[in-house]
Ligand binder design. Structure first.
Ligand SMILES: [Fe+2]
Ligand SMILES: [Fe+2]
Length: 284
């Protein structure tokens, strides 16, 4: 399917969440004691809903003075009641009701991978650059949104790309390009641009497999997402059957960002802790 046609198809329907997320949303909304914070926790683990939040906040309806990439800022801007309505309309498509039939691939793993990359990206931004990392979190959470689109809207081609994958998880863009003519980064960026996301976020999503192609002013974010993606695969938070991560490639990525060799080892326990906390809450 041609990229612009795919964009129209996605916009004409709704990107699906996984069942666990929609069940979690319903539980929160049906409980009068639940708080905005609990809803935010869910939004921060669900790429499709997070994308809808950013799309709404950056639309003419909300018309912020500056484009917003920070999910918590977006939530405050939109307000709790409209947010509840938005969350309530999030659905699970028929395909996602059933477990995936692609060997070694699960949607739950995609969701966990996206959240893992988001946490790595945020913590790299905090530790290495002294920034709050909220934009990096959003870019990490949304970086593989193109995967979710392929799974939902181009399922047979997506299955073919995953089944034809080489030894490395990072070969996926090449496998997709040979079948579709583009890869999931390009899908994500096309959607992000159409949805009015800030340019840096669009490029962080679009170029997470090729940060050198990002505009110079956005390269730090794209390179950070690329590194965070490597880190997630390295700790086993991956959705591709082969889990090998190219150690030389990882070292090169870190060198390009001038990140010391032990930085990731220092960050990884915090990421694992954040994932465990979500598991305890029953979110992922
Ligand atoms: Fe990716
Ligand atoms: Fe990824």
């Amino acid at each position: 399917m041609e990229l612009q046609r795919l964009l129209r198809t996605v916009n004409a329907s709704r990107m699906s969440s996984i069942r666990a997320v929609v069940v979690g949303i319903l539980k929160i909304i049906n409980d009068p004691r639940s708080t905005a914070r609990e809803l935010v926790d869910i939004i921060e683990t669900d790429p499709p809903l997070a994308a809808r939040v950013l799309q709404l906040v950056n639309s003419a309806f909300c018309a912020p003075r500056q484009k917003i990439a920070d999910l918590r800022q977006a939530v405050i801007f939109i307000g709790f009641e409209p947010l509840k309505e938005l969350a309530l309309s999030q659905t699970v498509c028929d395909l996602f009701q059933k477990p995936s039939e692609i060997a070694g691939y699960s949607r739950e793993a995609v969701w966990r991978h996206c959240v893992t990359v988001a946490h790595f990206a945020k913590l790299i931004y905090r530790r290495e650059y002294g920034l709050n990392g909220s934009q990096a979190y959003a870019a990490g959470l949304l970086h593989d949104i193109g995967i979710i689109v392929e799974d939902q809207f181009m399922h047979s081609q997506f299955a073919a790309a995953l089944n034809g994958l080489g030894r490395h998880a990072h070969d996926l863009p090449a496998a997709e390009t040979s079948i579709l003519g583009y890869h999931h980064g390009a899908i994500g960026m096309t959607l992000a641009v159409d949805w009015g996301f800030p340019a840096e976020l669009c490029q962080g999503i679009g170029y997470h497999h090729e940060p050198e192609s990002a505009a110079p002013e956005f390269r730090q974010l794209a390179a950070t997402i690329c590194l965070a993606n490597h880190c997630a695969h390295r700790i086993g938070e991956t959705y591709c059957p082969p889990q090998a991560v190219d150690a030389d490639d990882l070292a090169r990525r870190m060198e390009n960002l001038e990140i010391s060799a032990n930085a990731i080892d220092l960050i990884a326990p915090d990421v694992s802790q954040a994932l465990s906390a979500l598991a305890v809450k029953g979110i992922l």
